[in-house]
Ligand binder design. Structure first.
Ligand code: IDP
Ligand code: MG
Length: 153
């Protein structure tokens, strides 16, 4: 099954929303296969946000992502990359649809609660950037037969 990479951003830690966001992913039926707290560095953020380095807001984005430690996660499920992108909503929380994580929990374009991989290829790159193979756990989710039909497994 597909895996995707998530960051619970510093604003989520500061605002006490870690449990609420995590609950949404778990209730959906996604499996947590890796999770840790880490202080991100400028070097790793320059890799992770390479597509944004030339943007005027990049220095603010760096400061924001290093303001506190973050929580890094890998979530597993059928079509997990697309499912999670739909769950988080549009980049700007003020434009994100109600019912999405950003639409329900945020008011900002920058302080937008959560990062999630935007493609299967990027998910693989990002998981490898932030996790060692031995930090990702391969275990059986006992509720799987109640979560999926046999032909979806
Ligand atoms: P995404 O997080 O929805 O994939 P990206 O375009 O990859 O959006 O941007 C990465 C992060 O950079 C966003 O989540 C947000 O924190 C920040 N960001 C993107 N566009 C803006 C902007 O116009 N102003 C301020 N911050 C932005
Ligand atoms: Mg992105």
């Amino acid at each position: 099954m597909e895996q995707t990479f998530i960051i619970l951003k510093p604003s989520t830690i500061q605002r006490g929303l870690v449990g609420d966001v995590l609950t949404r992913f778990q209730r959906k039926g996604l499996q947590i296969t890796a999770m840790k707290m880490a202080q991100l560095t400028e070097a790793i953020l320059r890799e992770h946000y390479a597509h944004l380095i030339e943007k005027p807001f990049f220095p603010d984005l760096l400061r924001s992502m290093m303001a506190t430690p973050v929580i890094l996660m890998v979530l597993k499920g059928k079509d997990a990359v697309e499912v999670v992108r739909q769950m988080i909503g549009s980049t700007n929380c003020r434009k994100a649809a109600p019912g999405t994580i950003r639409g329900d929990f945020g008011m900002s374009g920058q302080e937008n609660i959560v990062h999630a991989s935007d493609s299967i290829d990027n998910a693989i790159i990002e998981i490898n950037r932030f996790f060692k193979p031995e930090e990702i756990y391969d275990y059986d989710l006992l509720l799987k037969p109640a979560t999926y039909a046999p032909d979806e497994l």
